[in-house]
Design a protein around this ligand. Structure first.
Ligand code: SER
Length: 323
């Protein structure tokens, strides 16, 4: 099936790596990256790129029509920690962008939509261990509320307008190419940067805060897997639980120490601890594993090895360039 793809939010942590992957799978000429500004020159300069505002229906529609897009990946969002600072902005961005894309599908300008949800849909009344797909969902962050409401709208548009919308609940995503921004799980990326740069890290979560996490390569694989699955196998049209591993700051620090013995971690929990404390420790993703054969590949040890290797190279290059 030939497809022309638009990625909204292509300069961000997940959007950028999804752009590289989709370009390699479908060809540069079939993938249009877009964002609100030119803030990732690697993405802007290596393929088709458009400035588009996810909150402006006309801006997205113009881009869709210009490039005859049939599939949209909506990766623009304000995450949990920033969302608590700007609740109304988070609500506006996360909901308006989703409605813009769903309405483009309803009005038959596009055929398929990918929209990410998150473990943030869960709250303090949810069972925390091996959280099931169907359970209590009382999110306490604005971000979580937008994701939970968004899931209901995705399912509604699928049932009411027969829109092919697909979604997964990402856990914390660990990657080295593009930095994350404004998330509660971002500590699990920062810790590797600081391990290389300073051999120490002050963590904004408590040592025993266990959260579900995943390496970027697995997250991208899951995204491609669900989008290429046969429609009849995508049985859940709200959003699928998705899991790989779970760990605490203490555990990730221990895995770093195996490579950098002098690495030190200290703890100074802030407002993000209150967010993390309401999220599950681990996730039951058996529906994804059953319906479209999801399987993760990266363990914590694999992630640590890859992060330290890639970031080591990156900072080495930067320091050589500045000499
Ligand atoms: N990584 C996100 C956050 O921390 C959760 O989806 O906000």
């Amino acid at each position: 099936m030939s497809s022309k793809i638009l990625i909204i939010g292509a300069c961000g942590q997940i959007g950028s790596e999804l752009t590289y992957k989709l370009r390699s799978l479908y060809g540069d000429e079939n993938v249009v990256a877009s964002d609100i500004s030119y803030n990732n020159l690697d993405i802007v300069n290596t393929g088709i790129f458009e400035i588009a505002d996810a909150q402006d229906y006309a801006s997205i529609k113009t881009c869709v029509e210009k490039h005859q897009i049939d599939t949209v990946y909506l990766m623009a969002a304000m995450l949990s920690a920033t969302g608590e600072k700007y609740p109304m902005k988070a609500w506006d961005l996360n909901m308006t962008s989703l409605f813009n894309v769903l309405n483009l599908a309803r009005d038959k300008f596009i055929k398929r939509v990918f929209w990410p949800s998150s473990i943030a849909v869960y709250g303090s009344t949810t069972p925390t261990e091996y959280t099931p797909q169907y359970t209590i969902m009382e999110p306490s962050t604005v971000y979580g509320i937008t994701k939970q409401v968004g899931e209901r709208w995705c399912e509604y548009y699928h049932k009411k307008y027969n829109i092919d919308v697909r979604s997964i609940r990402y856990p914390g995503i660990i990657s080295w190419k593009t930095p994350p921004g404004g998330g509660t799980t971002d500590y699990a990326v920062e810790i590797y940067h600081e391990a290389i740069k300073a051999k120490s890290y002050k963590c904004f979560l408590k040592e025993d805060t266990e959260l579900p996490m995943m390496f970027m390569d697995d997250a991208i694989k899951a995204t491609v897997d669900i989008m290429t699955a046969k429609s009849k196998n995508v049985k859940i049209r709200s959003s699928y639980n998705l899991a790989a591993i779970s760990f605490t700051p203490q555990e990730v620090a221990a895995s770093i120490k195996k490579h950098i013995p002098e690495f030190k971690i200290t703890y100074a929990p802030d407002y993000r601890q209150d967010i993390a404390s309401t999220w599950p420790k681990s996730i039951n993703d058996s529906y994804a594993r059953e319906d479209w054969k999801w399987k993760h590949a990266f363990s914590l040890e694999d992630i640590t090895e890859e992060m330290l290797f890639q970031l080591g190279k990156k900072y080495n290059t930067i320091s050589k360039a500045s000499q």
